[in-house]
Design a protein around this ligand. Structure first.
Ligand code: ADP
Length: 325
């Protein structure tokens, strides 16, 4: 299991980290402890960190990132770890993301201990008193003035990590104002739920993978055939589009040619129209003749009876003959 504990100074991270170590057999990696050890050993890192820490400031990102990168490589961290006090800034969180990705390590959860700021000073004062009682040396930064600076740093630089990890759906927020035992129980309850959800997701993934593995050949072939068919269809539609374009082009060309001819014809218009007029006249005469013919025939039809009447009447020559007789 790989966890991050997030919370302001005095939130109880150290206390809860120790309980998680015992329960899950993982190591606690506290950058504060590591830096204090470096200061005590007067290593180059310790020399950089000493005054910054005493004043409640933050040690440069690259210093702590390098410490953590080395530490999670060690054998005792292979089983899992709890990061306590790291990351403390967004760049540190981003560096950790890269580091874990490179090492193919998954972060299980980020546990945020949320506490009332006004309660923090009282807690730290109590811690100092207890340490003095046990005869332990008190941290240089556990004074009310430095504590308020550490708190301001937390609000400005570390609290944005709440969004960073909630965006990644890793954040678990626990009410750190409850008694220590209850906080522990709540962390365990939520972690159990996270583990269970993770196992279910893993099982579903495995199921999908094994189903795929069961029928690889059959699945592969139809996919290939479908691809081929798709390509053929595409080629066909491309070809028909090209053909349509060609036909359109040819049609346009023909129209253009015809239009040219017409306009050429229009230039010779006077002669042509004279001929045309003649033709019209001829046609007119013919039509007139036709009309006359039709009228004659009609008249003939009508005139059938009239002719008979006329035939009954004696002609002028017949009248003259009758007179002479
Ligand atoms: P706290 O009780 O305030 O959480 P820690 O014991 O975690 O304190 O750290 C003590 C001091 O060590 C910090 O105030 C800071 O100066 C330095 N330190 C620890 N962790 C980091 C970090 N990740 N980045 C920068 N500085 C750190």
């Amino acid at each position: 299991m790989r966890l991050i504990l997030l919370g302001p100074p005095g939130a109880g991270k150290g206390t809860q980290a120790q309980r998680l170590v015992q329960r899950h057999g993982i190591v606690q990696l506290s950058t504060g402890d590591m830096l204090r050890a470096a200061v005590a050993a007067q290593t180059p890192t310790g020399l950089i960190a000493k005054d910054i820490m005493a004043n409640g400031g933050l040690v440069p990102d690259e210093v702590v990132v390098n410490i953590i990168a080395d530490r999670i490589e060690q054998d005792d961290a292979k089983n899992g770890f709890i990061l306590d006090g790291f990351p403390r800034t967004v760049p540190q969180a981003e560096a950790l993301d890269v580091l874990l990705k490179k090492k193919k390590l998954k972060l299980d959860a980020v546990v945020e201990l949320r506490v009332n700021e006004s309660a923090l000073l009282a807690r730290v004062e109590k811690r100092v008193a207890e340490m003095l009682e046990r005869g332990e040396s008190v941290r240089a930064d556990d004074t009310p003035e430095v504590l308020s600076k550490r708190l301001a740093n937390y609000r400005e630089q570390t609290e944005p990590l709440v969004h960073h990890y909630s965006d990644k759906r890793k954040l678990i927020t626990i009410d750190g104002m409850m008694p220590i035992e209850e906080v522990t129980a709540e962390i365990e309850r939520v972690l159990a739920a996270v583990t269970k959800a993770d196992e279910t997701a893993q099982a579903a993934k495995r199921k999908v993978a094994s189903k795929r593995a069961a029928k690889p050949a059959r699945a592969a072939r139809p996919a290939k055939a479908a691809k081929k068919a798709k390509a053929a269809k595409k080629a066909k539609s491309k070809a028909s589009a090209k053909a349509k374009r060609t036909v359109k082009k040819a049609a346009k060309k023909t129209i253009r040619k015809a239009a040219k001819k017409v306009s050429r014809g229009a230039k010779k218009a006077p002669k042509a129209s004279a001929k045309a007029r003649q033709g019209t006249r001829k046609t007119g005469a013919k039509a007139a003749r036709n009309r006359t013919g039709r009228a004659v025939k009609a008249a003939a039809g009508r005139g059938g009876k009239a002719t008979k009447k006329v035939a009954k009447r004696p002609s002028k020559a017949a009248k003259r003959l009758t007179k002479r007789r």
